[in-house]
Design a protein around this ligand. Structure first.
Ligand SMILES: [Zn+2]
Ligand SMILES: [Zn+2]
Length: 309
């Protein structure tokens, strides 16, 4: 089969949602255009901006970092090492290799250094699943590093965003649907955030990595097995397989409608700076992360005292 665009080279990938068989070069251009168009359409950032790309070592975020560098943006990768053994070490090694291979600089923070302990230690001491702290901690540290840059971008894909819209639809959660948008403006204490991969699927990021020789961490988070978001993502893929392109249209129509209506995020509830770290919070006194730290220290002291007795 010949490439549908150039009609000369052999098609190396078939994109079922669009009925397109493409050669390697035309596929790479296709993905680049998708990203460029999302950045322009939603006015995410410009070439003069310094962009921090949150990376996990997985295919989506590494593909994004590589893509943005290829589009001549001023990019730096950011990895928060949560201390999950051995996943974090393996992911970090992939990132260090990637950084060297493609000449892209990367910042690495260790959670036990910038916070108080690794994620598994926090879960163990607090006697709760570590995953219940993961999102809060990541958002906090991505934001804190992001304040040194013009914008923080994440590798959320078409699959992620469509699944999250699906989950919100199932609950008719208008509040979340109201906030779902691929770019959020900077606000006092919050970095500007954007998701340039919203119209690129995970199959496409995997193929992009393969064609560009990007070796990524494939195993995903060992703590997140069985999360309900994974179930919805799989179901959406099944629907997309039966009705090709439906996932793309589902998300695109939703976001285009919001964009045309002039998206305005809901008024944030009254925010004030955390008494300890200055991070904006709706809580009185301490922000969520400083509260986790305080409880962790109290629990850890309790454990130490019990052991002494
Ligand atoms: Zn071609
Ligand atoms: Zn705080």
């Amino acid at each position: 089969m010949k490439c549908k665009l150039c009609r000369t080279k052999k098609a190396e990938i078939f994109l079922k949602p669009y009925g397109l068989g493409l050669c390697r070069d035309d596929f790479l251009s296709f993905v680049k255009r998708r990203v460029e168009r999302a950045i322009d359409k939603f006015k995410m950032f410009e070439e003069k901006h310094r962009v921090l790309v949150a990376i996990s070592g997985g295919k989506d975020s590494l593909a994004l970092l590589h893509l943005l560098k290829g589009l001549s943006y001023d990019v730096t990768g950011y990895f928060l090492d949560l201390g999950i053994f051995p996943a974090s070490q393996e992911a970090k090694q992939r990132i260090l290799n990637f950084s060297k291979d493609f000449g892209i600089s990367v910042i690495i923070d260790r959670l036990d250094e910038v916070f108080v302990a690794t994620l598994p230690e926090i879960g163990k001491i607090m006697k709760r699943p570590p995953c219940s702290y993961c999102g809060t901690l990541k958002r906090y540290f991505f934001n804190r590093r992001g304040m040194e840059f013009d914008v923080v971008v994440t590798g959320h894909t078409l699959n992620d965003e469509a699944a999250s819209l699906f989950a919100n639809n199932l609950r008719w959660d208008f509040s979340y649907m109201g906030r779902q948008y691929p770019v959020l403006e900077e606000e006092r204490g919050f970095a500007r955030k954007a998701k340039p991969l919203i119209f690129v699927s995970e199959k496409e990021t995997a193929a992009y990595c393969f064609f560009c020789g990007i070796e990524y961490y494939e195993k995903g988070c060992p703590l997140a097995k069985g999360a309900s978001s994974i179930f919805l993502k799989r179901k959406l893929l099944e629907i997309d397989d039966k009705r090709p392109g439906v996932m793309y249209t589902y998300l695109k129509e939703f976001l285009d409608r919001k964009r045309k209506q002039g998206f305005m995020p809901e008024e944030k509830a009254d925010m004030r700076p955390c008494e300890e770290c200055g991070y904006p919070t709706t809580a009185q006194g301490l922000c969520a992360v400083c509260r986790i730290r305080r409880r962790f220290v109290q629990h850890a002291e309790g454990v130490a005292n019990n052991e002494r007795m």
